[in-house]
Design a protein around this ligand. Structure first.
Ligand SMILES: Cc1cc2nc3c(=O)[nH]c(=O)nc-3n(C[C@H](O)[C@H](O)[C@H](O)COP(=O)(O)O)c2cc1C
Length: 328
């Protein structure tokens, strides 16, 4: 999954299904945590993975606060913690909780990346967790993470369902981030979504279909190219290829559903960011009749000077013209 999608998909939901989690998925979550940064590379974090049916699981469930009883259904509970003595201390700053938080975040995101529901919790009784898992005396269990596949909200009790349905809220960027001096609100310039998304129909030809009966994956890339050329023609009035001052430097493509000859294909695209000499498009090929998304892509375009054969800075005219198409 692309990272921006993982960020959006992560949510501390409470409805778990009984479907067991494949051991490989848990292994990858631990691997993600293992590669987290830590102060002086001390890696103080420790994780105890407790699946259903193993000794200690029932006692661990008993350690949960009553308000977290929904977590008993999760096929896997992971206890994350650390010892102060295993981590770095800089002046007055003890990094064991911070490092463990970073590693736990990697673990959570890797879980979401694999289609799992992950929910961190502080609502448990420390002493009972220590006894249930035979934790060392000086080890502090910091968080318990419920891991599993998403289930049905109807299966939750009234209290958990109400919590689960609450809208997710966040402080504004200006409240939590400052520019220059503490208290000087950070003000973003990117809108959350672009004011305009460029859309264009992409006609399919018989020759686009391969022996498997769908648009060949390599051809799909040319459909994106066609869309980019149309974008430059319509937004920049580019008449010939030399008027398009960008070259394609990178493309990441996710094929979701095969495109068949009878499908209608439309491309939507917008710019996600502009840097000194490049910008990114996010694009999707979809069927406008039912909204099915066939293919998603992210491309990086580099502004190019054909005379010197080198990248060159993005011009202010370009920035001005694409302003409406820039999203967050
Ligand atoms: C350290 C920590 C402890 C938490 N403890 C609990 C908990 O005991 N019970 C619970 O239902 N949610 C718990 N949460 C989840 C938060 O309530 C949740 O992250 C927050 O409301 C934001 O919602 P979101 O994660 O869906 O974005 C905890 C989250 C963190 C990071």
């Amino acid at each position: 999954m692309e990272f921006h999608k993982i960020l959006t998909a992560r949510k501390s939901g409470r409805a778990f299904s009984d479907r067991p989690v494949e051991p490989g998925k848990i292994e990858r979550m631990i691997e993600a945590a293992r590669w987290s940064p830590s102060c002086a590379n001390r890696q103080p974090w420790r994780f105890v993975v407790v699946e259903k049916g193993v000794p200690g699981r029932l006692a661990l469930e008993e350690a949960l606060d009553p308000g977290n009883a929904w977590a008993k259904r999760a096929p896997v509970l992971i206890v994350a913690g650390a010892r102060k003595a295993d981590a770095a201390v800089v002046e007055t700053r003890e990094y064991f909780l911070f490092d463990t938080g970073l590693a736990t975040m990697s673990l959570l995101y890797r879980g979401v990346d694999q289609g799992l529901l992950v929910h961190p919790m502080a609502g448990f009784r420390e002493a009972l967790v220590k006894t249930a898992l035979s934790l060392p005396e000086e080890f502090l269990p910091v968080a318990m993470v419920a891991v599993g596949y998403p289930g049905k909200r109807e299966d939750l009790d009234e209290e958990a369902r109400k919590k689960d349905e609450k809208p997710r809220v966040r402080k504004g960027a200006g409240e939590i981030a400052f520019r220059g001096l503490f208290g000087t609100a950070f003000q973003g310039t990117l809108p959350a979504t672009p004011a305009k998304v460029y859309e264009t129909d992409i006609p399919l030809r018989f020759g686009d279909i391969d022996a498997m009966g769908h648009v060949n994956n390599a051809v799909t890339m040319t459909l994106f190219e066609l869309g980019r050329v149309k974008f430059f023609a319509e937004v920049f009035e580019a008449r010939k290829v030399e008027d398009i001052r960008f070259i394609l430097a990178e493309a990441t493509v996710r094929y979701r559903v095969p495109i068949l000859l009878q499908d209608r294909v439309r491309l939507r695209m917008f710019i996600t960011d502009i840097s000194r000499s490049s910008f990114r498009f996010r694009c999707e090929l979809f069927d406008p009749r039912d909204g099915r998304v066939f293919t998603e892509a992210e491309t990086v375009q580099v502004m190019y000077d054909y005379e010197t054969g080198r990248p060159c800075p993005v011009s202010p005219e370009f920035q001005e013209k694409v302003k409406d198409y820039v999203g967050g």
